[in-house]
Every structure is written in structure tokens, then in C-alpha cells.
Design a protein around this ligand. Structure first.
Ligand SMILES: [Zn+2]
Length: 246
């Protein structure tokens, strides 16, 4: 985490524009230029890097789902910020739709700048302007009039990073919990417990009810488990001790 100078930021911008021009000339394909929208002199940190990686994963997933391949891809990590540049085998308009969907549809999306550059070298414009990081006002009015202090901007960025990464972590914990519960259900034999062969000592639980339970959302909210009885379907709903009560 290092503070960069304005000159370094301007130099990085020039390098980026030059790389875009070169790639356009070489491949004659629309480009995606993905950078992070981070105000102030610190453009990279472990949290910013994670958010960038997450944005890249979302972009790759969305392009994959749309059947869009990259003709070239290049990732740069620098003190002046993280950058992803790729040439896509698709129309600029189609790719712009995908990028805007990610920018507008994810908790950290406001921090993503996923520009699409057409064959004429121009950035495709958005139909609707983006909102201010701090107050949510439409357009660049706040930025051009410098309505918010750097402290306010940094606080807004930190909040978006925390909320966004927490949601990402919760999703991956959710996936791990589901996997673990399904493994537990399938483990056979488990004398006295529900397994693939029988319901053990239980009259009110079956393999099917366990599977249904495992597939319920189990994300913890406000510090408490969203499902009574903790994470183990064998645990009674009362004390959450996990002890078999049959
Ligand atoms: Zn504002």
C-alpha cells in the first residue's frame, strides 16, 4: 500500500491508452478495460486486490455464460491500480450490456470501471450515468464540484469493499456448509442416525428431509445462525448442542 503521485497516475493512464490503441490496431476487436474506481492516492491494497479479482471472476463468468471468448487478455497489478485489458470476440454493444450489468448489479459494482472500447477507439457511453459513491446522486456533479472530502470518499470505498467481500465470503461459506452437510447425510453407516440405509432411531427425519435441510440457505445474519439448531441437521432445534436426542 503506497501513495502514488498524480504524475504516476497520469503516466499509468497514458500507458493504458497506448496499450489499448496497440491492441485495437493488432486485433481489430472491441476491448474491455477493467480498472478499479478508487479515489485518492492509494490505488491498491489487499482488499482492493481481492475486489478486483472478484470483479474479474464475475466478468469471466458472465462472458463465459454469454459464449463470448477473449482474443487476448492481460492483467496488470501496480501501485497505480489493477488493470485488466482484453479483446473480445463479440460486438461492443453486447459486451457493454454485460459490463453494466456487473457494475450496477453487484455490491462492489460501483467500484468497478468496466469500460468497453469500440473499433473506433471510443468508449461506449452508458445509457444512465453512474451514481456518486458517497451520496448516490446521479452523474459526476459531486466529483466535478468536489462536494465530498477524501475522507468521505475513502469511508464510502471501505464500506463498499467490506460489504462486498463479506457477501463473497458468505457465499463461499454457504457453499462449503452445503457440501459438508450433504457429505454428512451420505455417510453410511451411522448407527442410530439417518444414513443411506435407514432412519436410525429417528421417526421424524429421513435422508430426503436431511437433503432438503442441507440445501436451505444457512447464511449467518446479525451474528446468529439463520436456522435453529446450528449447522448440523442432527442437532435438536432447542439447545443447539448437537447431541442426538432420540
Ligand atoms: Zn455526492
Amino acid at each position: 500500500m503506497r501513495e502514488v503521485t498524480l504524475q504516476e497516475i497520469l503516466d499509468a493512464r497514458d500507458r493504458r491508452a497506448e496499450a489499448q490503441r496497440r491492441l485495437l490496431k493488432q486485433l481489430a476487436r472491441p476491448l474491455i478495460s477493467f480498472t478499479m474506481n478508487i479515489p485518492g492516492p492509494v490505488k491498491d491494497s489487499p482488499m482492493i486486490r481481492r475486489a478486483f479479482d472478484e470483479g474479474l471472476r464475475m466478468l469471466d463468468d458472465a462472458l463465459g455464460e454469454a459464449g463470448i471468448a477473449c482474443a487476448s487478455r492481460q492483467i496488470t497489478h501496480a501501485d497505480t491500480g489493477n488493470e485488466f485489458l482484453c479483446a473480445v470476440k463479440a460486438s461492443a454493444a453486447a459486451v457493454k450490456e454485460i459490463c453494466m450489468r456487473i457494475e450496477d448489479g453487484s455490491p462492489m459494482g460501483r467500484l468497478f470501471d468496466m469500460d468497453v472500447i469500440g473499433l473506433d477507439g471510443q468508449k461506449l457511453a452508458r445509457k444512465e450515468e453512474r451514481r456518486c459513491l458517497v451520496c448516490g446522486a446521479l452523474g459526476r456533479g459531486c466529483a466535478s464540484r468536489r462536494l465530498h472530502s477524501l475522507e468521505e470518499l475513502n469511508a464510502a470505498v471501505t464500506r463498499l469493499l467490506r460489504e462486498g467481500l463479506l457477501a463473497v465470503d458468505a457465499d463461499s461459506v454457504d457453499a462449503m456448509v452445503t457440501h459438508t452437510l450433504l457429505e454428512e447425510v451420505a455417510t453410511t453407516p451411522k448407527p442410530g442416525l439417518v444414513d443411506r440405509n435407514n432412519n436410525g432411531a429417528h421417526r421424524d427425519m429421513t435422508l430426503f428431509s436431511f437433503q432438503t435441510s442441507a440445501l436451505l440457505p444457512h447464511r449467518r445474519e446479525n451474528g446468529g445462525a439463520s436456522r435453529a439448531g446450528g449447522l448440523c441437521p442432527h442437532a435438536p432445534a432447542g439447545d443447539g448442542s448437537g447431541a442426538e436426542d432420540a
